[in-house]
Design a protein around this ligand. Structure first.
Ligand SMILES: [Zn+2]
Length: 430
């Protein structure tokens, strides 16, 4: 017979400590949001979902999703993404994870979900494309995935501003220009014929100003849907998240947007930012703003820390680990610091679906890591096939892709055209 004392010994100390620390019912923040929009072309769409639930091994977690889709050349891609992206992301996460594993699995699931959504939409053979800025908030942890140029910024309670999205405009992203040129695309301005070049840098064929998007089947395959992903943990003092389309950011700096609505509740703040943008530049484009306040549920557990200078922009996050791509212990953080947990922007799937990721068992052996298709043994193709990593990896090392997703991967890397009969307007590319 086991005594009560012995039963206690069977629970690892770490688990007990986590239970003590987590005490989730009182620790999770309140989330208050508002949105505002002025439409010019009707191609901006938002997806706002509070109180989503996910069954985990150690209980149920509740999270919220805030997403912005800024469509171009029509709204079909934006609407399709709004309707399917969340399901595709959640479908890439295995069941029976612990809470820590669920948080750690999000960045990679976002990559799979974005690529699957893009691939499925392109199979419908519809034109149009969309930027996506997709934020998942679970407790104090914010995970943002983005393609395109709709920006997401965070102002912590201490007044420090952080960028949680990348800018995939060719004009201001040299790394992406190099990637596209190396994949066989051309980057240049619109040529007026008489030697005069006008407008922003564009990618040819297609003439898109962005280097990443969902949709856009009539431009080069090197316009990829692989998102930049950033995951941070707020201090328990909270913060304000602002997600806006380029209609706002072409008119306002991040500082201007945050300052013009300081002290206002979220819905009034979103309206004020849109109003301010229109006053600066007029209604030139769809102009949409989502403001999300993440606030302590009751009184803060600790006195507010000393001010670090309002409006100070920081690109550097405090890191607790020298290994930049690995997750750190998310249960612990100092009260006055926004902690960076994950950041990765590579367009290469082999790097984004990496097996060295802490969760070795995330990928089920006979399922495609992108589209979740079940495969027969030996049918899957290692995501590392043909990459420079191959030296230290064996062909049977996962994760694996189905042949269709492998073709998509090679096309994105400029290795070969997609050979599935999709008509592609590649005139002038030879
Ligand atoms: Zn697949």
């Amino acid at each position: 017979m086991m005594s009560t004392k012995n039963e206690h010994h069977m629970v690892p100390l770490g688990v007990l400590l986590k239970r003590e620390l987590a005490n989730e019912k009182t620790e999770k923040p309140d989330i208050i949001y508002g949105q505002a929009s002025q439409s010019k072309k009707g191609e901006d769409f938002t997806f706002l979902k509070m109180e989503c639930q996910r069954m985990l091994r150690d209980g149920v977690t509740t999270f919220s999703v805030f997403a912005l889709f800024d469509g171009h050349n029509g709204s079909a891609a934006a609407i399709y993404s709004k309707e399917n992206l969340l399901n595709n992301i959640l479908g890439a996460i295995p069941s029976n994870l612990s809470r820590d594993e669920w948080i750690a699995a999000l960045p990679r699931a976002l990559v799979s979900g974005f690529v699957k959504t893009d691939k499925d939409f392109q199979e419908k053979a519809q034109t149009s494309g969309t930027t996506v800025t997709f934020a998942i908030i679970d407790g104090w942890v914010i995970t943002v995935a983005s393609v395109g140029d709709s920006r997401c910024i965070l102002e912590s309670a201490e007044g420090v501003v952080y960028y949680l999205s990348a800018d995939h405009r060719l004009e201001c992203n040299e790394e992406e220009r190099e990637r596209i040129t190396a994949s066989g695309g051309e980057v240049g301005r619109l040529n007026m014929g008489c030697g005069a070049e006008i407008g922003p840098l564009r990618c040819w064929p297609g003439g898109l100003c962005l280097s990443r998007s969902i949709g856009d089947m009539d431009v080069g395959e090197f316009i990829v849907p692989v998102p930049y992903v950033k995951q941070v943990k707020l201090s328990t003092a909270g913060g304000r998240l602002v997600i806006s389309s380029d209609g706002v950011w072409d008119a306002l700096s991040s500082e201007m947007a945050l300052n013009c609505c300081r002290g206002m509740p979220a819905d009034a703040a979103a309206a004020q930012i849109v109003k301010e943008a229109l006053q600066e530049k007029g209604l030139r484009d769809d102009t949409t703003c989502i403001v999300i306040d993440i606030v302590p549920p009751v009184t803060p557990p600790l006195p507010p820390p000393k001010k670090q200078g309002k409006g100070v922009f920081k690109n550097m996050f405090r890191k607790k680990s020298s290994d930049s791509s690995s997750h750190v212990d998310i249960e612990y953080s100092e009260p006055d610091v926004v902690e960076e947990m994950f950041e990765e922007g590579s367009a290469m799937l082999a790097e984004r679906l990496d097996t060295e990721y802490p969760l070795c068992n995330m990928f089920r052996l006979f399922m495609c890591a992108v589209c979740q298709l079940e495969m027969k043994p030996r049918e899957g193709i290692s995501v590392n096939t043909g990459s420079s990593n191959m030296g230290r990896l064996r062909p049977w090392d996962g994760p694996f892709l189905c042949s269709s997703c492998q073709a998509k991967k090679e096309a994105m890397e400029g290795k070969r055209p997609l050979g599935d009969g999709l008509s592609r307007n590649s005139s002038g590319s030879d």
